[in-house]
Design a protein around this ligand. Structure first.
Ligand SMILES: [Zn+2]
Length: 310
């Protein structure tokens, strides 16, 4: 059975730098060696910086992470293609860039254009706590004035803004900004609050708002977002999928596995295990739905909103 994958979120770029691992073959959750079963594989690589670093050190770290990825042998030898927009439908591996936790902008508006210049296409503005951008999921705060200006600018530069990690108020602020800008909103790596009530998961109103805003939702494989006791398996992934389908998300549901940034279920330990998830889901859903979930929904979205590769 042919299977393509478009994954909306991983933290592999951070781990590649921190653990000095190449993309081709490594001991991380994501590697090209583990992607061999996919006909086409498109991966959004999020550049995330540890909050232990202050904003300025985080910004420098982000630049190093970006440079490290571009200098990786898999990229320089063309086995993984860096894309500034949606790649064409063709076999092979393509990488798109995101930034997770835009606090590293550090109140400096000119950095938004610098991110665009680095090829960042997806912006996950928040991560934890209150920052110069606004409040994350563990707070009640909305966006700051700087956060609103920065996200307006990011949208104007064609970036897609992500509500994963946002507080409810920040998410509302993002929806309002995106509506003004005529831009979609996504939740790149979040599950359903109704199935697992943690602050990182999506409320029914947010799911409706994402659908209205033309967005997509990436199912996160982090054990504690899948099940309350953290003892998650593929069955819990299916429970979230089932709930999202009941909410009318068949055309918007994707994967945002959060690999190399999350503790994964024991039966889904790495990228190479995802074909097994597809095989499991074939026991429940038609092949079309599995293709939509693994690839087509994200591909359609990217084609429409991320532009052609540059
Ligand atoms: Zn995250």
């Amino acid at each position: 059975m042919q299977l393509s994958l478009f994954d909306l979120h991983c933290d592999t770029a951070c781990e590649m730098l921190a653990q000095r691992q190449p993309l081709g073959e490594n001991h991380l959750a994501v590697s090209l060696a583990q992607a061999q079963d996919f006909t086409q594989y498109i991966q959004v690589m999020a550049l995330w910086t540890d909050p232990a670093l202050d904003n300025e050190a985080g910004w420098q770290r982000l630049r190093r992470m970006h440079a490290n990825l571009l200098a990786d042998p898999a990229v320089t030898q063309g086995r993984a293609r860096m894309c500034g927009g949606c790649p064409a439908r063709a076999p092979g591996v393509s990488l798109l860039l995101g930034v997770e936790d835009a606090r590293v902008l550090d109140g400096r508006p000119e950095r938004v254009a610098e991110l665009a210049g680095l090829g960042i296409r997806i912006l996950t503005p928040l991560w934890s706590g209150e920052t110069c951008i606004g409040g994350a999921h563990d707070t009640r705060a909305g966006l700051t004035a700087f956060g609103r200006d920065a996200l307006r600018e990011a949208m104007a530069l064609g970036m897609t803004v992500d509500i994963s990690h946002a507080s409810e108020r920040s998410a509302d602020d993002i929806f309002a900004l995106a509506a003004d800008a005529g831009r979609p909103v996504i939740a790149s790596h979040s599950d359903a609050y109704a199935v697992c009530p943690v602050s990182r998961n999506l409320h029914p109103g947010q799911i409706r708002a994402l659908l209205c805003a033309g967005g997509v939702i990436g199912i996160n494989l982090y054990r504690r977002f899948l099940s309350r006791d953290g003892e998650a398996t593929m069955e819990d992934v299916r429970r979230h999928i089932e709930y999202f389908l009941e909410q009318g998300c068949a055309g918007a549901l994707c994967l945002g596995c959060d690999m190399d940034g999350a503790e994964l279920p024991p039966d889904l330990p790495s990228l190479g295990a995802l074909p097994r998830l597809a095989a499991y889901l074939r026991g429940w859903y038609p092949e079309d739905l599995i293709c939509d979930l693994f690839f087509e929904n994200a591909f359609r979205f990217a084609h429409r909103h991320l532009g052609a590769p540059q």
